[in-house]
Ligand binder design. Structure first.
Ligand SMILES: Cc1ncc(COP(=O)(O)O)c(C=O)c1O
Length: 549
């Protein structure tokens, strides 16, 4: 008996450090669903699918009948405008949707799902463009729109800039055509320039940002002999399993820790655990730490918020750098989005912190698809001289395609040109000033809308609760402003926007907000609070789930 008690006590004692570590890990997770991938997946599976009928569509917030009538009228006018101005664009979109799964997804998730069916049928958004120049796009019906989509972030320096890079790349690569395996001679200069601009020793080429991230993580695991990667809550690093452990990925999280961003508790985990190979940082998160990328489909109550504090984020990266160095953890900056946008030398230069590995993509291909890893020689090596059978394999048929390499070289060479240099000079101040002017105009017009900016990447926040903020994307479209499928969650400007262009975009933006306000979508009442909206939504979902509605 005494022996059993002693054994039990010993087992308990042995378990204490494990329990403590587990508790520490729990505390280092952000309390939101975004911080708990497993739970978020479970909750996502429980959400029932349903759509609002017409009455609910216009009055789900309890607005008076008169306000609902204004909404209906405004909605009708918008619907007519969208249909009448772009018939060819819409016809081709409808025709193609059936066979193009991506179009079905993006079309469905533009707005909160309860509103999606009605909005889709009455407020169609065309998915085709026939041309682009300056800062504008033209649809198949000849309508011009200011380009705020940034082509997923690729378009940093203006579409004409990329057209000329692509042309130069095609001319350079054309003598080789599709020859792969061996390299076009331009690769030598590309490698040299990339090492210089990234401050790293070596380079590897891939076909997308996702692949570059996969390779960086694989290298970190290979050299450290550890399994786990750390990502911060809400950060996007492409669609590969390990970096997308929550909803959207059918597999459960594996060797991934999702920790609180900008939080001492996360550093404590890095200091104490032995199994962490690398930390992935997407500096875009500085605009909305610990939150998922903002999209209008999640704008269910109006509680989107953001805010960029460069000094605070710089301090955070410095502390992270120090802990990673002390613990032999590979610090990876994922600059696929922000590379070459915040500064010529990317986030490393902008925040003054050097990473061990850096991933690039998007804009670096000069308009063609690419992913790149730059890093320290000892981390980039894919073999161990002392253990010849222990490789870190990474290849890819289309890596270093001659046209892509040519276009990338054109991109990198142009970064040295005086006119590009002048774009980067005073970049931050210029874009902060643009955002401030927008905010002043919005304040003066008495609109419940605010811009939060991280240089040329903007997001729209709303200063009052509402079920209808997402409607703004359609008013913006009507005013000739083209957004991506995440709507007002993200505007990505190219850096060739002139002051005059920005004045015009501001005029249209404020005009769209005024129209939306006049049409009654921002009706408010003391009873309409974030809590009451959330409670109502929960009740509604429970009723549908239990078959009571
Ligand atoms: C920070 C970051 N990493 C990785 C990726 C994935 O890149 P790709 O879409 O080229 O695979 C993205 C794409 O948006 C990104 O923003």
């Amino acid at each position: 008996m005494a022996l059993e008690i002693a054994l039990g006590a010993a087992a308990l004692l042995a378990a204490v450090p494990r329990l403590r570590r587990r508790l520490q890990l729990s505390r280092a997770k952000h309390p939101s669903l975004a911080g708990h991938s497993r739970l978020a997946k479970r909750v996502a599976r429980l959400v029932p699918g349903y759509s609002y009928g017409e009455n609910e569509f216009f009055g789900i917030d309890g607005a008076p009948v008169e306000v609902q009538a204004r909404r209906r009228h405004g909605f009708e006018l918008l619907s007519r405008h969208l249909h009448e101005t772009a018939p060819e664009t819409l016809a081709l979109t409808a025709q193609t949707r059936e066979g193009l799964s991506d179009l079905q997804l993006t079309g469905r998730y533009r707005v909160p799902f309860q509103f999606s069916e009605h909005a889709r049928s009455k407020l169609p958004i065309g998915a085709f463009w026939q041309s682009a120049s300056g800062v504008q796009l033209q649809d198949l019906d000849g309508n011009l729109y200011y380009e705020l989509t940034g082509s997923h972030g690729v378009n940093v320096l203006g579409v004409d800039f990329y057209k000329s890079c692509m042309e130069e790349g095609a001319i350079l690569g054309s003598a080789l055509g599709p020859v792969l395996g061996g390299y076009h001679p331009c690769v030598a200069e590309v490698v040299e320039r990339l090492c210089k601009i990234s401050g790293q020793d070596e380079v590897s080429f891939h076909m997308s940002g996702t692949e570059a991230v996969m390779q960086a993580v694989r290298l970190a695991r290979y050299h450290s002999g550890r399994k786990h990667l750390v990502r911060f809550t809400g950060a996007y690093h492409g669609w590969w399993e390990d970096v997308q452990p929550g909803p959207g990925n059918p597999l459960p999280p594996r060797e991934t820790y999702t920790l609180r961003d900008m939080d001492e508790r996360a550093l404590q985990i890095l200091r104490t655990r032995q199994d962490i190979a690398c930390v992935l940082v997407n500096p875009l998160q500085a605009l909305h730490p610990n939150r998922n990328a903002p999209g209008d489909s999640t704008l269910v109550d109006g509680s989107r918020s953001a805010g960029f504090d460069r000094a605070a984020y710089t301090g955070w990266l410095q502390r992270l750098r120090q802990v990673c160095s002390e613990r032999g953890i590979v610090l990876i900056f994922d600059e696929v989005f922000v590379g070459f946008r915040l500064a010529r030398g990317g986030a490393q230069e902008y925040f003054g912190v050097q990473a061990d590995l850096v991933t690039y993509g998007k804009t670096l291909g000069g308009g063609l698809p690419v992913g790149v890893v730059c890093g320290k020689a000892e981390l980039m090596r894919r073999f161990k001289p002392g253990r010849p059978a222990d490789l870190c394999f990474a290849r890819g048929t289309f890596n270093a395609h001659p046209y892509v390499m040519g276009s990338m070289l054109a991109f990198l060479r142009r970064l040295d040109a005086a006119e590009i240099d002048s774009i980067y000079q005073g970049l931050d101040q210029r874009w902060v000033a643009h955002a401030q002017r927008f905010n002043q105009a919005l304040r003066e017009a008495g609109l419940p809308v605010r811009i939060d900016a991280m240089s040329s990447i903007w997001t729209v926040s709303y200063s009052q609760p509402s079920r209808y903020h997402w409607m703004l994307q359609y008013y913006l479209r009507e005013q000739g402003l083209a957004l991506s499928w995440v709507g007002t969650g993200r505007f990505i400007f190219s850096l060739n926007y002139s002051d005059q262009d920005m004045d015009e975009v501001m005029r249209r933006f404020v005009g769209a907000c005024c129209r939306m306000q006049a049409d009654g979508w921002w009706w408010s009442s003391p009873d309409l609070t974030l809590q009451s909206i959330r409670r109502g939504l929960l009740r509604e979902m429970l009723q549908r789930r239990l078959g009571l509605a």
